[in-house]
Design a protein around this ligand. Structure first.
Ligand SMILES: *[C@@H]1O[C@H](CO)[C@@H](O)[C@H](O)[C@H]1NC(C)=O
Ligand SMILES: *[C@@H]1O[C@H](CO)[C@@H](O)[C@H](O)[C@H]1NC(C)=O
Ligand SMILES: *[C@@H]1O[C@H](CO)[C@@H](O)[C@H](O)[C@H]1NC(C)=O
Ligand SMILES: *[C@@H]1O[C@H](CO)[C@@H](O)[C@H](O)[C@H]1NC(C)=O
Length: 431
């Protein structure tokens, strides 16, 4: 009975994704930095010049992203969130940046960011006002799209505050068309499903045709309870949302808060691992000018980033709950599998899970090659379905692995080993 349900769910989850928005962007989950979670709506540049929403903040982040290896690791977009504009549109009805905090204007800031080989993201809202009360784009979609294109902006985060929910679809689709009409490739990040879910199940076919990624659930906070709530929401809606992800369009569980104040190192590893499994945009919201080396190393971990950016472009999902563990798996290119084993117990010490309890472990027949990426890099070597490996996972931490199947006719290194194991198995058929 349970098995049958499991198989049906898997078939639903491997359905090919529908048509994506055809703007050539977000073929892999977007990587970059976004100000909101860390800097919020801090506009007090007199008292807090280093942390207020001003052109200086983005210029400094762009500088650090180039100097400290972020760009090289793949982080590309420097993104402005709410609270950048002036409270008034200009005489022609166009949005304008706050003149005191952005004296050079957005075009100059875009030029600066581009001179570093990075891209600039901006923020607006589908409704009457932004969430923080700045002018919204309702009634100005074409004007605002053209303004952003004239400024050479590369990404638009389009929020959903102050909008009648029944008009969300029309609004988001109109802005998508307006962006296309400018002729400039602008990555389009939506919040349409987040604002529609309280009323009805959103149409993910339409959303994928309209947006490059889309927020489904609450804003992330700098806390483990927030991260857990995102895991839980995602797992409990995976049959609906996972099939809609693929090259060109992704589910967005919100920003990475790694490097801030609220998560232990194990919890930071859990966020990084699960964001990679979920094929989520990797948009950090932290202070790159002052980040602890361990968080930096985690965010720049090339093996985790490779899982995130895997060219197959399939989103992973929760495949099992065993004791206090959740197993999440993501199919990767070349028949590889990424496996995250999250320990949800928040008392006691490290707990062990036998690797054979991972549903995807079946690809280890006859053999597989296992590499552990978190909590530390470890080549676990060639394994079989009978392997006795036990993963040790700290409370609220995650073990992250890649598993590469080795086929029977594999002629490489492991051939001898395969022959030896198969001989061994013949002798132990009762196992
Ligand atoms: C606009 O849409 C058309 C058709 O979907 C597509 O071919 C074109 O590349 C798009 N242009 C931009 C700038 O996104
Ligand atoms: C969802 O959107 C697609 C594409 O726009 C459309 O063809 C389909 O009819 C919609 N489904 C529902 C149930 O409204
Ligand atoms: C197993 O994976 C490791 C790490 O990627 C690699 O160095 C090793 O050669 C692989 N072994 C086999 C038998 O494929
Ligand atoms: C396979 O078995 C032979 C003979 O028992 C042994 O010499 C060899 O080292 C084994 N090879 C591997 C890869 O385990």
């Amino acid at each position: 009975m349970c098995r049958a349900v499991f198989v049906v769910a898997l078939v639903a989850l491997i359905r090919p994704a529908a048509e994506a928005l055809d703007n050539g962007l977000a073929l892999k989950p977007t990587m970059g930095w976004l100000h909101w979670e860390r800097f919020m709506c801090n506009t007090d540049c007199d008292r807090d010049p280093d942390n207020c929403i001003s052109e200086r903040l983005y210029m400094q982040m762009a500088d650090v992203m180039v100097k400290e290896g972020w760009k090289e690791a793949g982080y590309e977009y420097v993104c402005i969130d709410d609270c950048w504009p002036s409270h008034q549109r200009d005489a022609e009805g166009r949005l304008q940046a706050d003149p005191k905090r952005f004296p050079g204007g957005i075009k100059k800031l875009a030029d600066y960011v581009h001179s570093k080989g990075l891209k600039l993201g901006i923020y607006a809202d589908v409704g009457k006002n932004t969430c923080a009360g700045y002018p919204g784009s309702l009634g100005y979609y074409e004007t605002d799209a053209q303004t952003f294109a004239d400024w050479d902006v590369d990404l638009l985060k389009f929020d959903g505050c102050f909008m009648d929910w029944k008009s969300l679809g029309d609004g988001y689709m109109s802005m998508s068309k307006a962006l296309n009409k400018t002729g400039r490739s602008i990555l389009y990040s939506c919040e349409w499903p987040l604002y529609e879910w309280p009323f009805q199940q959103p149409n993910y076919t339409a959303i994928r045709e309209t947006c490059n990624h889309w927020r489904n659930f609450d804003d992330v906070y700098d806390s483990w309870s927030s991260i857990k709530s995102i895991f839980d929401w995602t797992a409990s809606h995976q049959d609906i949302i996972v099939p809609s992800a693929g090259p060109g369009g992704w589910n967005d569980p919100d920003m990475l808060v790694i490097g801030n104040f609220g998560l232990s190192h194990d919890q930071q590893e859990s966020q990084m691992a699960l964001w990679a499994i979920m094929a989520a945009p990797l948009l950090m919201s932290n202070d790159l000018r002052d980040i602890c080396p361990r968080s930096k190393k985690l965010l720049q971990n090339r093996l985790i980033i490779a899982i995130s950016q895997d060219p197959l472009g399939k989103q992973g999902y929760r495949t099992a709950k065993v004791d206090s563990f959740e197993v999440w798996e993501r199919p990767l290119s070349k028949n590889q599998l990424a496996v995250a084993v999250l320990n949800r117990q928040e008392i006691g010490g490290p707990r062990g899970l036998a690797i054979r309890a991972v549903p995807g472990w079946k690809i280890c027949d006859p053999q597989c090659n296992v590499t552990q990426i978190l909590p530390q890099y470890k080549e676990m070597g060639v394994q079989t379905q009978q392997s006795k490996i036990v993963l040790s996972v700290n409370p609220s931490g995650t073990a992250l692995l890649t598993v590469t199947p080795i086929s029977k006719d594999f002629k490489g290194l492991s051939k001898l080993h395969w022959e030896n194991t198969s001989v061994k198995r013949k002798h132990n058929t009762s196992l």
